[in-house]
Design a protein. Sequence first.
Length: 439
Amino acid sequence: MTDFAARFKHFWGQFFPPSDPADEPESKGVPVELEFENNGSIKVLIITRAFEGGVKAYLLALIDKLGKEGYRVYVAGPRGSVVEDLKKTQIITFPLEFDDSLALYEDWSASRKLAKSIRGEGIQLVHAHGYKAGFIAGLAARRAKTPLTLVTLHDFILNEGEGRMKHLYFDIAERYMPGMVDKVIAVSKSLRKRILEKGKIEGSKVVVVPAGVRPLSSGANASRRILNVKDLLSLNTAAPLIVTVGHLTTQKGVKYLLSAATHILREFPNAQFMVIGDGPQKHELEIMAEKFGILKKVIFTGWRDDARDIMAAADVIVLPSMVEGMPYSLLEAMSAGKPVVSTMTGGIPEALLDRETGFLVPPKKPLAISQAVVYLLQNKDVAVQMGVAGRRRSEEQFDLKKTILATLGVYSELFAELAEYEQAQAAVAEARLAAKNSH
């Protein structure tokens, strides 16, 4: 490290110290098997932070499809990301430490490291996932002169409750990151609208590719899985089960479900609540549940790979988010054939049809959540009908295969635009050369 770099790191470290490795999420990498050689001629780099659940399933499916379509796939990301799952596969991976925190020096260093890898491998397209990954990828791609850059944004940025500097950092990310890449994919119309309102980017550069999930099997096997899950978790099979799934941050609004639980338990004293997921708010939520006197009624499971099976065992799924792009947990709940109570914010109303596949309630309104849940528990025939309608809508509108094919369609458009641009540049160069030779 040069003397300047050392001084720079020390300066920023006074304000934004690097995260302690002990605070990083423990790797949950599960080896996957891929049925392709990964020796295609077109080189694509996926860069992503650590995701679980639906986004992770999408990333692995995208990587698999790219390989089968003749691309050569590279993946960069931190501990806890899909890089861990791909270690024993033919995919070339680049460990790259970054997260959603404010860490300017670390992000700058990550972009330099990534640029070196991009140049060394001759990457032709960089596809980032999320604002932070998009920033790092945009900087790295410009430095390495990568022909094409693409970012998929899966969610909004929520600055509520953040410090002043972090708020400014995220505001800059929303405003300038989209303009650093060639194309932006938004997972919902609502998210696209937000990107265009906040970002310095042309409308033609932002396209919507709705999020999608794999259909969850039904029938005898599904019933057995549900019984196995309830037995594994020592659940009372006769008691109502209300489940929420997500990364435990302020944005997910889980505290409003805990508040709603106090009302629900007055009507259904034996009701059970399950919070699936990890995140910085987990301890605070546990303290809140204890304060409300409902800690024995609420199970905090951490992240579980069988989250979709648990959702299938639930009576009602509640997603009390304050803002969302298009939550995969919503699509997974619908795929499981369960009625959903969620908030009328972001892309949620694009998937959840009020009073048809569940109930939409205002954000931050625990009483509205409790009233909707109690109604569904009291009217099981309505709950079943909503679940059936939700499964059908998920299969028709939000199938993972459609999402992957649409994403590959964006790849094809980018490469076609690049070929057209290169042909035009070649024609201009040829004309200039002809004009020079004629004199």
